[in-house]
Design a protein around this ligand. Sequence first.
Ligand SMILES: Nc1nc2c(ncn2[C@@H]2O[C@H](COP(=O)(O)OP(=O)(O)OP(=O)(O)O)[C@@H](O)[C@H]2O)c(=O)[nH]1
Ligand SMILES: [Mg+2]
Length: 481
Amino acid sequence: MLRASLKTHPEPSTSDALATIVAEATPSGHAGISVVRLSGASALTIAQGVAGRISKPRHAYFRSLKTASGRVFDQGVVLYFQAPNSFTGEDVVEFQGHGGPIVVSTLIQTCVEMGAKMARPGEFSERAFLNDKMDLVQLEGVADLIASASEQAAKSALGSLTGVFSKAVNALVTSVIELRIYIEASIDFPEEEIDFLAEPFVLERITRIDAQLQQILKQAEQGRRLQAGFSIALVGSPNAGKSSVLNRFSGQDSAIVTAIPGTTRDVIREQLLLDGYPIQIADTAGIREAMDAIEQEGIARSRQTALMADLCLWIIDVTALDLTPLNLCRSVLEQNLIAAQAGLFEDDATVKRLVVLNKMDLLPETMQRALSDLLAGDSHTFLVSAKTGLGWDHLASGIKQMVGVGDDSESLFSARTRHIVALTEAAQYLTQAKKSLLAGLPGELMAEDLKQVQIALGEITGQVTSDDLLGKIFSSFCIGK
Ligand SMILES: Nc1nc2c(ncn2[C@@H]2O[C@H](COP(=O)(O)OP(=O)(O)OP(=O)(O)O)[C@@H](O)[C@H]2O)c(=O)[nH]1
Ligand SMILES: [Mg+2]
């Protein structure tokens, strides 16, 4: 009864109703081998037209491949996967022919002449979804695995592909359904409703579901960051060493470094891996009263970049601070930072930020040691030298902790913005349900909120989807997938 009240994805159409589709599964170009994939009710008939009699599933047939007029254009291996035991759940045939563009286009053209249709982007995956071979999260995991830019990203994508994310979401949906059943039952017996809802386990359940939801949300955010990477903006006063920090991260002279304040004008972006995590790092113009229109524009861009970044590194020339062995203490350091901040961060106080005290190599050794001691255990302030690399490992792990991909937090699965949006929405409805319960409001309100939680969660795996959403997701995949 609960399920019937939800909008579910369209019923899988029978294979016969769908055209047989064809596309190259490997990248186009010149290669030793290319894979062309056929899927649909006529896949076997078409394949037999090209390669002769094929009967045994999962058997490698070495065959000459012929056009509709009988001209041999290639030799290759033909594999038949019988429905439902294939990627799409339909009859699938894979041709492993030679990887030349002419050979591949002749093969595809021949299949089309024999009744196949060119596949749309993501159409193979869409059919796998409609035939319940994989849910949406798993299919997105396939796409993420292919697109992974780092080993960690690939690992987390595999987690999604093998169902780690789906399982976590499905477990949550089951708990929500159980609670809904209980509450809906209480509505059916109005005279006992109050007692039903006052049972302590109702609140316990909601609290437990909330904790699980928050945990999944945190993991999903981490998974998304791993996949999409995270952005860091280097900001600070002129000459603080921002460009030197960029160069130290990228391991090359990406930005011009000079002793002249106001060297950098444009935003300079670099893509790199920080201990295996993809990051985009942006060097910006030093912020001060602009000397001319060019610098003014550069500074406006610095502020914009800082606002858009996942994390800002506020680079400070440590020798410019009023710190001496005699006055060195927390409060003096804080006062110095407050003074240095004037004019730098005005409306971007909400931006996540780490303080980087640069040029430590210029401090006397005793001062270096004293300042390091003062900062021991501080996860927001770092003492480094972009010139010598002192303090760099410590800064790198501070950055990872700050963006939620710290050493101890291996990501379990990959995730996308739409998953985060759905989880956040589910969390909001759950909070609302909890409030209704605590306020002693009628059970109907809570039941409705829980239904919305279930719908939001169902959108993640595709249990509840609109055609619109499906179209959007699959069209972002490439052809042949
Ligand atoms: N000794 C020492 N010098 C540094 C360090 N980092 C930067 N410098 C020097 O400081 C000066 C300014 O460095 P940049 O990296 O250009 O500074 P910036 O913040 O990008 O400056 P603008 O682009 O003008 O805003 C250069 O002479 C660098 O060689 C450091 O860690 N140690
Ligand atoms: Mg610079």
